[in-house]
Design a protein around this ligand. Structure first.
Ligand code: C2E
Ligand code: MG
Ligand code: MG
Length: 728
């Protein structure tokens, strides 16, 4: 401030330096005339009405005379003039250079007027007031050097502030990323910002003066807009998410906030609408929500959404005293399919399976995919166990038709299903799911392709299975595995032509364990590769021994598991075993079930062809249960077809099974296959098979499976006479 004062003084000095003169003489006071009083009166009125201050600066003595009318006066008669003598009030240091420059220009005669807007501390209180000052040199000496400068000044703080705020406001509006539109009381556009143009596609000339309804989308009812306006009238504020239409016709979802502000006059209202395009954000949110709740492969709910729905179903059932069933579905041997057909095909099959389950249970029930090939169904409003079982049955039946997975490719996949019920088995979702899972494992253990309802005993069984699986791992090295042989009777040649090797496990801990129990365990753990190869070698060695005893035309059939086939090196294993044991290849037959071959017909056919090339025979086991098509059979290098014992068991009292059996025999013959019936338990069954031209039979009627020595004795003793006697 002091600096400012000093500067002003310096300028004054510059202006007067060369023209310094002694102080002018002060004229004696003359009596005031009427016209002078009138002029004073006019001056007072002018200052009062305009709000201007008068100032008069003596450049020589550096004194300032100021005068203003008392603003408190309410009419002309009350006006008094307030005067002040003294130094120039301090000028703000930021404004000082400009003031000096203007003053210098004027004093030097470059500008006719001195004009400046700057801040001054008028009252000497440290409070800055914006002042607009105008003035000119009013007295000069004889040489024209300025002696006095006078003029008016005005407090413009209020308008400066308003203008400043306005500048800031418009800058803010301009730089905002949100679209801003100002609307008048009739909802016509008054102003918009650049973001508005960017977001809606409308330039200001295209919208100003037009109704805001220009942006309305017909996705909303008219009532929404009425409601908006009513709320704005009531609360002076509205916010929400609304669809709007861009100039190019595209719909965008906007988050809108509208506030009511009074206009400058304070009488009319303006609406300031801030609009944000959240279409992308919403889409991303929805996508995230979808990802969090749905399985991307099948589009079914995932585990987390399933838990949520199951919880809600339980809450409802508790309130209404109802029942909820959880069905845990696992596709049988899906791992094999995936490994052999590749993951892309596996995925397609999973999608087809998901659709089949949902189709079967209907849209009203939740079907979820938990992981891999595991699906879960939540059935609400279940009246009884039977109803849940009924639906499980329907699912199993629905899978009897092969799944198609594009390009005329089809595959039969069977499900195993476990069922648990609320409130019978558990009260909370996690336990219900766990129990359904346990029941599903029991369904698998019961031979797959079936369902089981949970019971507490199952938990025990599941534990037992785990212990059994670990005991099986040591079975081979502990010499607990052995083979038994079931003779095969040729109906055409009337004698025993060979035997099927069947594995047995006599566990130290568990006693005799059935192959239907331990073979699936070995398949699951992969151990089947090792024990399957062992069985193959053992069977060949045994037969080799029989050959050495003179029965050289006997053959042996060995069962082969899916995993052994899928590895693709089956022919190598077989060749090695044949080489080691010295058994002629034509004496060995490999038995594979339909479902094993059909899991990947193309690749498996190659492997089988390689085996056939060695000279071994190939039988399709349990035929009739796997829904394989004749077209496929034709393409496979098969030699033998074994009719499943399920059909044979019902021969002579089920006409359907009789028809199926005779059809299979004819079909097999038309493909030049050797047809064997297994599970023959009665003379009548044998007769039927003989009458229909079946080539060979196997079953308890002829003999149970026997240990090697006993089997050899049986074969020796089984003379032609005996065969004729039995058969007739
Ligand atoms: P499979 O290959 O179909 O074997 C026939 C099954 O039927 C055998 O059961 C046999 O004992 C039984 N059987 C034979 N005659 C009759 C009869 O007249 N009536 C009845 N009700 N059953 C009869 P087993 O030995 O319990 O074997 C069950 C399954 O375990 C076999 O079915 C086969 O799939 C599998 N398996 C057995 N040994 C092996 C093996 O070494 N390797 C592989 N991968 N699987 C094997
Ligand atoms: Mg078999
Ligand atoms: Mg069989």
């Amino acid at each position: 401030m002091l600096v400012a004062l000093g500067l002003l003084a310096a300028v004054a000095a510059i202006a007067t330096r060369r023209y310094w003169r002694p102080q002018p003489r002060v004229a004696p006071e003359a009596p005031r005339t009427e016209s002078q009083r009138e002029r004073d009166e006019h001056l007072k009125l002018a200052l009062w009405a305009s709000g201007e201050h008068f100032w008069d600066y003596d450049l020589v003595h550096r004194r300032m005379h100021r005068m203003r009318a008392d603003e408190n006066a309410t009419h002309s008669a009350q006006i008094t003039l307030l005067t002040r003598q003294g130094d120039v009030p301090a000028i703000h240091e930021q404004d000082m250079p400009l003031v000096m420059q203007r003053l210098r220009s004027h004093l030097q005669g470059d500008t006719p007027l001195f004009m400046s807007e700057h801040r001054m501390d008028l009252a000497g209180t440290g409070h800055w007031t914006w002042v607009r000052a105008r003035g000119r040199v009013v007295e000069r000496d004889a040489d024209g050097r300025p002696l006095r400068i006078a003029g008016t000044a005005r407090d413009i703080t209020a308008s400066r502030n308003a203008e400043y705020e306005h500048r800031i406001a418009s800058e803010v509006m301009r730089s905002m990323s949100e679209a801003v539109a100002v609307l008048d009381w009739d909802y016509n556009f008054v102003a918009i910002n650049q973001a508005f143009t960017r977001i809606t596609g409308y330039a200001d000339v295209e919208v100003i003066g037009r109704q805001v309804t220009l942006l309305d989308s017909d996705q909303h009812e008219k009532s929404l807009f009425e409601h908006m306006r009513a709320q704005l009238d009531r609360d002076s504020r509205w916010s929400g998410e609304v669809w709007k239409v861009r100039k190019d016709g595209e719909e965008i979802l906007c988050k809108i906030e509208t506030n009511v502000v009074p206009d400058a006059s304070g009488q009319r209202r303006l609406y300031v609408m801030v609009l944000n395009d959240i279409t992308e954000q919403k889409r991303a949110e929805q996508e995230l929500r979808y990802l969090a709740n749905y399985d991307t492969l099948t589009s079914l709910p995932n585990r987390s959404l399933l838990s949520e729905r199951l919880s809600r179903a339980i809450v409802r059932a508790r309130r209404e005293n109802g029942r909820v069933a959880v069905l845990f579905i696992d596709l049988d041997r899906f791992k094999d399919i995936n490994d052999s057909l590749g993951h892309a095909t596996g995925d397609r099959i999973l999608r087809a399976a998901a659709a089949r389950v949902q189709q079967t249970v209907g849209a009203q029930h939740t079907v979820a995919r938990l992981s891999g090939d595991e699906f879960t169904v939540v059935l609400e409003d279940i009246a009884s166990f039977e109803e849940a079982e009924d639906i499980a049955e329907q699912i199993i039946n629905a899978f009897r038709l092969p799944l198609s997975f594009g390009d005329r490719l089809e595959l039969a996949v069977s499900p195993s299903i476990g069922i648990s019920l609320y409130p019978d088995h558990a009260q909370v979702p996690t336990d219900l799911l766990k129990h359904a899972d346990t029941a599903m494992y029991q369904a698998k253990a019961a031979g797959r392709h079936t369902y089981q309802v949970y019971s507490e005993a199952m938990d025990e069984k599941t534990r037992h299975r785990a212990i059994l699986a670990s005991a099986l791992r040591r079975a081979l090295e502990n010499n607990e595995l052995s083979l038994v042989f079931q003779p095969r009777l040729s109906l055409t040649r009337q004698r025993i032509t060979g035997a099927e090797a069947l594995m047995r496990w006599r566990s130290k801990e568990f006693g005799d364990v059935s192959p239907s129990q331990f073979i699936p365990l070995a398949e699951e753990s992969g151990q089947i590769l090792e024990i399957g190869a062992w069985a193959l070698r053992e069977a060949c060695l045994t037969l080799r021994g029989w050959h050495e005893q003179g029965l050289t035309d006997l053959t042996v059939a060995v069962n082969v598991s899916a995993l052994q086939l899928q590895r693709g090196d089956l022919s190598d294993v077989v060749a090695q075993v044949l080489g080691e044991t010295g058994l002629p290849a034509h004496c060995l037959e490999l038995e594979l079930t339909e479902s094993v071959i059909m899991a990947n017909p193309e690749k498996n056919a190659d492997t089988l062809r390689a085996c056939r090339a060695l000279g071994v025979s190939i039988a399709i086991d349990d035929f009739g249960t796997g829904y394989s098509s004749l077209a496929y059979l034709k393409r496979l290098p098969l030699t033998t077809l074994k009719i499943d014992q399920e059909f044979v068991g019902d021969l002579t009292h089920d006409s359907d099974d009789e028809a199926i059996t005779s059809t299979i025999i004819n079909m097999g013959h038309s493909l030049s296959l050797n047809v064997i019936a297994e599970g023959v338990e009665t003379a009548a069954q044998l007769q039927f098979l003989r009458d229909h031209g079946c080539d060979e039979v196997q079953g308890y009627w002829i003999s149970h499976a026997l240990v090697a020595d006993e089997c050899l004795r049986f074969i020796r003793e089984y003379g032609v006479d005996h065969a004729i006697k039995v058969a007739s």
